[in-house]
Design a protein around this ligand. Structure first.
Ligand code: BGC
Length: 413
């Protein structure tokens, strides 16, 4: 193959999320759900990757590898530990992270909400309560006012559609079942609310939940812009590459509408859309199908299907008309050679899109570090950099060196 030079200023990034890497985020809802006796989480996050303290070395390492950007999230529960009371120390922590990125030549992409929320928000109805959108926008406005001059790009909410995606793909049981599970009942009791009143972000799957999340996004964009910040801002979506098989056309179209299009058409006025994609999803006449026999599976039991990214970018652009930033793509594997093979194929898809004139701003690999994969704990390893759970020692994988050199040369060979 001929080598391909990416556009000038193409963003080469890798991502983390606060709760998955910082450690000891004791004031948010996910920590609570991890810590209850009958938790639905495989294990608690605890120290995670201690990125809260080790970010200077981690950021330097990413720059040394060749990346020109780093996407990370700010933890709302640290910045606003009590409703309406903002922690200057927490804001200064994120200021130092942003400054470290600049010092090393990394454009910081900041996510304002990546799945976890302060426990106080949950006591007030969480992501099914209409009041949440204004509370979220107030927090975003505060961050933008204090730190906006250091932010290179902003993602308001990570995967605005995640609840719908998890339910419709069958990866999560119906909410009626979840609300009756012992861990859920224990967590609600600790917050002093009923199981029906407990509405963490990932579980806000009703029509009301969708409306609250999208209102929160729109109000956050407005608050960020009102702060005088000029960085580009958008939401990210888990864009599903939904394909139909044998009579599944109608149901596939229905799911595409519910999980992708309903959101992509609701981003008018944003500066970009963050596309996140990991695999394809096949639907037949009865709904989602299991992986196709004979296809390699990742640690997540997803089909190894890097071409899904190209389809996701094309759909996101066709439906939203917005510039595309790939804010997540990657795979969980113990075989790092397969990571290189996957990313290489995914990047071919990005190249095809660019050659067709689709404005793709950049590519972000998920994740920089092996980290806390939510309910699955530390078993799936998505990272370019391995983390020893006991010593916190970092080990750079071959894929990190490979992708870093693609980034540095801005060329796919
Ligand atoms: C999320 C990440 C997660 C990754 C891999 C995305 O849906 O934004 O937090 O770790 O997928 O499953």
């Amino acid at each position: 193959m001929e080598s391909y030079l990416f556009p000038e200023n193409f963003i080469w990034s890798t991502a983390t999320a606060a709760h998955q890497v910082e450690g000891n985020n004791t004031n948010n809802d996910i920590w609570l759900l991890e810590q209850v006796e009958h938790s639905m989480f495989k294990e608690p996050s605890l120290d995670a990757c201690d990125h809260f303290h080790r970010y200077p070395d981690d950021i330097k390492l990413l720059a040394d590898l060749g990346f020109n950007s780093y996407r990370f999230s700010i933890e709302w529960a640290r910045v606003e530990p009590v409703e309406g009371q903002f922690s200057a120390a927490a804001i200064n922590h994120y200021r130092r992270m942003l400054e470290a990125c600049h010092e090393h030549g990394l454009k910081p992409f900041v996510t304002f909400h990546h799945f976890s929320s302060p426990q106080w928000l949950l006591q007030q109805g969480g992501w099914e309560s209409a009041a949440t959108s204004a509370l979220f926008a107030r927090y975003c406005g505060r961050i933008a006012r204090d730190l906006g001059h250091l932010i290179g790009g902003g993602c308001t909410i990570n995967e605005v559609n995640i609840g719908r995606v998890l339910i419709s793909s069958g990866m999560m049981p119906p909410m009626t079942k979840i609300r009756q599970s012992p861990g859920w009942i224990e967590a609600s009791a600790q917050l002093g609310i009923t199981p029906n009143e407990l509405n963490p972000f990932m579980f806000a799957v009703s029509e009301q939940g969708r409306a609250v999340v999208m209102a929160a996004h729109h109000q956050a964009v407005a608050a960020i812009r009102a702060s005088g910040s000029t960085f580009p801002v958008g939401a990210t979506l888990a864009v599903q590459d939904i394909v139909s098989v044998a009579g599944g056309e109608a149901i596939a179209a229905q799911h595409r509408q519910a999980v992708n299009e309903a959101y992509l058409t609701d981003l008018v006025g944003d500066d970009f859309v963050g596309v996140q994609c990991y695999t394809r999803h096949r639907y037949d006449a009865s709904g989602p199908m299991p992986p196709e026999a004979g296809i390699e599976l990742t640690q997540m039991s997803y089909e190894f299907w890097p071409e899904a990214l190209e389809s996701a970018i094309r759909q996101a652009y066709a439906t939203s008309g917005l510039p595309i930033m790939v804010t997540e793509n990657g795979l969980a594997t113990t075989d790092d050679r397969r990571r290189i093979a996957y990313v290489e194929r995914a990047l071919h898809g990005v190249k095809n899109c660019l050659e067709d004139g689709i404005p793709v701003m950049g590519y972000t690999y998920w994740s920089a570090l092996d980290n806390f994969e939510w309910m699955l704990g530390y078993t799936p390893t998505f990272g370019l950099i391995a983390v020893d759970r006991q010593t916190q020692a970092r080990t750079v994988k071959d894929s990190a060196v490979w992708l870093g050199s693609v980034a540095r040369s801005n060329t796919l060979r």
